[in-house]
Structures are given as structure tokens and as C-alpha cells.
Design a protein around this ligand. Structure first.
Ligand code: NAD
Length: 483
């Protein structure tokens, strides 16, 4: 199977924060892979901008190192790397000062697509937008890409939206959530809306519940002080898990265009009930061996911030009333895994008796570590001995189904950057979507703060606090194992 590459015209991409972790790990390697795929034409300029005093040659060296470290060996060739880095330049620019902007104005063309990637902290978004405007750098069709976190509550997200809106139209703003760039997440829309099989069953009449797990094995060490101001609700639930809930729960949009899709996602967020405290479990990891506890990592002995959160969500609309969505995410858990399970109800009447051991159908959507989907269906266990049933997967794992084409599954960041260049906002969050998500999140955070709730301790390498298991057990359901 040959993967189609849609060519684009030469463009100018400026990466503010061009020497940072994100640029080195994701953006530069992603651009290189698109270059190798033939998608970045000659004449494109990629300009790193940051506060350090680097020359073009230094920046090209930084790019060579980042490609060496973060691109698979089979995609690396000396010749390709050299032609790619030739498109790279560097400018010393401080977002908070006036130096360097005129050099940028000279280097960035107004007659090609301009992309300004704000790979810096959110407090610099406004100053960058203002200076791009004041120094007459951005053209009318310029695009800006902004990273998470987009605010830390509704008020700060509104303020950020207003700051950006002074200089850029909503159609120019690309709020990135890399979860939306994953192949499987988009496949979720294809599976739902390009097949007749699933949609008739995709509602509370047939779906018993949905579980979404995003678990990590790492702790917050290194960025503990930063994380402590955020916690799992703000860091993961408000953005990544919320986006997954939206894609599972939304109504079919009339068209596959950015606003039709985002309108439907927004309706889901607005239909979310506030979760009762009984349906939220917050946790903090303990120490284990030489590994520090959350309290030690956060350097805050008084910390009540959660490194784990599980909750039961209700969506109050016709389709989902009666089908709970269970979400869970945390650090220092047993395995690194992101998965959605759509768990269907039992057939209305079982003719095979109790010994048959029937289990329910499940559609499993794996986002990490290996992307793919499988559908668990029940069949007869082979051999004599009566009608015993077993679950088998109808496997849609990309590696097997797509053969070599699976090697070309693009990383989320490179796909999203190319979408920006093509001007496609479908997989980016609109300002009102982000605000609605914060409007749902804020009261719950305020309530647990006001009550002074303490997070429950849990062992590293476990699947979180015992109470999180009970959230489902008490209703006769089970979390899937984190393995
Ligand atoms: P980083 O600290 O590694 O890099 C920050 C970059 O910004 C550096 O190049 C630095 O020189 C530059 N910078 C800082 N202050 C500046 C100023 N006043 N003017 C111009 N440049 C300035 O951070 P990072 O990890 O690369 O993250 C960048 C943004 O992306 C942050 O908002 C972060 O929350 C977000 N993000 C990062 C990741 C990741 O995996 N690293 C993932 C998701 C979101």
C-alpha cells in the first residue's frame, strides 16, 4: 500500500522556543520526516527563534543532533539531513523585548504561507502576537500555533483568547492538543462515521459504559514544582481526556469540516454534568525504593495536588443518558498506556447457560504504546465438550492490517504541523471549546479545594488508589487491567 503525500507550496515556519525541549524532541524531527516524505518543498524556510545567541550553523547542528536522537535510524540519511538543515535559520529574539524583530521581518515572506509556532510558555503568547503585529511581520493569512496549557482556569483561558483575538482571527489560531493528531483518534471518526455497523449501537441502549485510561509510568520529577500548580485534572483531563470523550460521544457532524466537527464536540462538553465528589477519586503516589514520593518530587510537603484522578462522568443528552464514562489518568502507574474501551451490553437473553462464560463485546481503541483497534467478539471455544464461549479479537492493529504503510504512520506533531500549513483546523481546539472545558472543570477543583480534600496515597506500579477500583466495582463493573 502506497501512502499518498499531498504536496504543499513553500512556506515560512518560525518556531519561537526553537531551542526548547518540544522543538528538539517533536517539531524538528517531525519536520524532517515530512521532508523525507517529500512534503516540504525546496524554498521553505524554517526559522528557530529563542533568547540564546546561536548562529545558523549552531542551529543546524542542534537539528542534526535532534534528528539523530529522535528519528528512527531507517529514516535517517546523511544526504537528506544535510538538505533538510539547509532550510534552517536562527534568530535571537526575546518575546518580551524589541530586539531581533526587524531581522525576522526581513526574513519572513508575506507572499507564502506563514506559520508562527509559539513553543513557549503561555505567558509569552500575548507578547509574541503583539510584536508580530506591531513589527508588521504577520500577513493577513498568517497562522499561529499555540501549545498547551491554554490557561489554568476559565478566567485565564478567556484572557488568553482575548489577547490573541486582538491580533489574530479565530481562523488563524491553531490550539494544539497532540492527542487529536494520533492516527487512531482520527480513525475513531472513520470507524464511527464511515461504517454502518457501529453507529446504530453507539448509544445508551447498547453501550453499557465507556472507559478511558491514560496511564504513565513516570513521575513528575524534574518538573514537580510546575506540575504541583496543575495536577491531573488540569494537566490531562481538561484537555486530552476531554477531547477523547468528545470524539466518542459527539453526534455525527453534517460535514467533515473544522467548524462542523468542533460544533459537535462543543455540544458534548456543554452536556457534561458536574461530577459529584463521590464519583471522583484523586491520588498521590508514594515513595518506592529509591524513587521519591509525589510529595518529595513536588518539593511541597503540604501538597494536596493529585498525580492520579479517576472519575465517573455523565453526559446529559438523549444519546448517552444512562451510560457512564469512566476516566482515569495518573503518573507512576503499572504501565504506559492510553486506551479507550467501548463496553457493550449483554445480549438481552443468553441461550447458552451459565457455564458458557459469555463476556460482553468490547471495542478497544489503543492510542499508546501501539496504535490500533480491536473488537472483542464472542465465539464458541473450539473442540468438543459442549457450548463454551470465548472472546477473540477482531484485530485492526495497524501494523498487521496496513503492512508497510503502518511504518508511515506519522507522529501526531508532524501531522498537526502539516495541517496548519494546509490551513485545516479540524484537529485543533476552538477558543469556545477550551473555555467550555474549563467552565466544566473549575467548579470541581474549587469544590475539592474548599473542602480541603486530601488525595489518596497509592503505590507506584499499581493501578492507582483502591477507591478508584471501587468506583467501578460498586456498580458491578471492572476497569481493564493496566498492562
Ligand atoms: P523549554 O523550557 O524546553 O523551552 C522553552 C523555549 O522557549 C526555549 O527555546 C527558550 O529559549 C524559549 N524562551 C523562553 N523564554 C523566552 C522569551 N522570553 N523569548 C523567546 N524565547 C523564549 O519548554 P518546552 O518543553 O519546549 O515547552 C514549550 C511549550 O510547549 C510550553 O508551553 C509547554 O508547556 C508546551 N508543551 C511542551 C511539551 C513537551 O513535550 N516538551 C508537551 C506539551 C506542551
Amino acid at each position: 500500500m502506497v501512502t499518498r503525500v499531498i504536496p504543499v507550496d513553500p512556506f515560512d515556519l518560525v518556531i519561537f522556543g526553537g531551542t526548547g525541549d518540544l522543538a528538539r524532541r517533536k517539531i524538528i524531527p517531525g519536520l524532517y520526516r515530512r521532508f523525507v516524505a517529500g512534503q516540504i518543498p525546496v524554498g521553505t524556510r524554517i526559522i528557530g527563534a529563542a533568547r540564546g545567541a546561536l548562529t545558523d550553523a549552531d542551529y543546524r547542528d542542534l537539528a542534526r543532533k535532534s534528528i539523530g536522537e529522535f528519528v528512527q535510524e531507517k529514516s535517517r540519511s546523511q544526504e537528506k539531513i544535510e538538505s533538510f538543515v539547509a532550510a534552517l535559520h536562527f534568530l535571537k529574539i526575546d518575546a518580551m523585548a524589541e530586539n531581533g524583530w526587524d531581522d525576522l521581518a526581513k526574513m519572513v515572506r508575506k507572499d507564502v504561507v506563514q506559520v508562527f509556532y509559539f513553543s513557549v510558555g503561555p505567558r509569552l503568547f500575548g507578547p509574541l502576537a503583539k510584536r508580530l503585529n506591531d513589527h508588521n511581520i504577520s500577513a493577513d493569512n498568517a497562522r499561529i500555533v499555540v501549545e498547551k496549557p491554554f490557561g489554568h482556569d476559565l478566567a485565564s483561558a478567556q484572557a488568553l483568547n482575548q489577547e490573541l483575538a486582538e491580533y489574530f482571527d479565530e481562523s488563524q489560531i491553531y490550539r494544539i492538543d497532540h492527542y487529536l493528531g494520533k492516527e487512531t483518534v482520527q480513525n475513531l471518526m472513520a470507524v464511527r462515521f464511515a461504517n454502518i455497523l457501529f453507529e446504530p449501537l453507539w448509544n445508551s441502549q447498547y453501550v453499557d459504559h465507556i472507559q478511558i485510561t491514560v496511564s504513565e509510568t513516570v513521575g513528575v520529577g524534574g518538573r514537580g514544582a510546575y506540575y504541583d500548580k496543575s495536577g491531573a485534572m488540569r494537566d490531562m483531563v481538561q484537555n486530552h481526556l476531554m477531547q477523547l470523550v468528545c470524539l466518542i460521544a459527539m453526534e455525527p457532524p453534517a460535514q467533515f469540516d473544522p467548524d462542523s466537527v468542533r460544533d459537535e464536540k462543543l455540544k458534548v462538553i456543554r452536556a457534561l454534568d458536574t461530577v459529584s465528589p463521590n464519583d471522583i477519586v484523586r491520588g498521590q503516589y508514594r515513595a518506592q525504593g529509591d524513587n521519591p514520593s509525589y510529595i518529595e518530587d513536588s518539593e511541597n510537603p503540604e501538597s494536596k495536588t493529585e498525580s492520579f484522578l479517576a472519575m465517573k462522568l455523565k453526559i446529559s443528552n438523549w444519546r448517552w443518558n444512562g451510560t457512564p464514562f469512566y476516566l482515569r489518568t495518573g503518573k507512576r502507574l503499572r504501565a504506559r498506556k492510553s486506551e479507550i474501551a467501548v463496553v457493550f451490553k449483554d445480549p438481552p437473553h443468553m441461550i447458552f447457560g451459565d457455564n458458557a462464560k459469555h463476556r460482553c463485546n468490547q471495542l478497544l481503541i489503543h492510542l499508546q504504546p501501539n496504535e490500533g483497534m480491536d473488537m472483542r467478539v464472542t465465539i464458541k471455544e473450539p473442540g468438543p465438550g459442549g457450548m463454551r464461549l470465548m472472546d477473540v479479537p477482531l484485530d485492526m492493529s495497524f501494523a498487521e492490517a496496513l503492512g508497510e504503510a503502518a511504518d508511515n504512520i506519522t507522529d501526531a506533531y508532524e501531522r498537526l504541523v502539516m495541517d496548519v500549513i494546509r490551513g485545516d483546523q479540524t484537529l485543533f481546539m476552538r477558543g469556545d471549546e477550551v473555555e467550555a472545558a474549563w467552565a466544566w472543570t473549575d467548579p470541581m477543583i474549587e469544590a475539592w479545594k474548599a473542602r480541603g480534600d486530601l488525595p489518596k496515597p497509592y503505590d507506584p506500579g499499581s493501578s492507582g488508589p483502591e477507591d478508584a477500583l471501587m468506583l467501578m466495582h460498586k456498580e458491578g463493573r471492572r476497569w481493564r487491567e493496566i498492562t
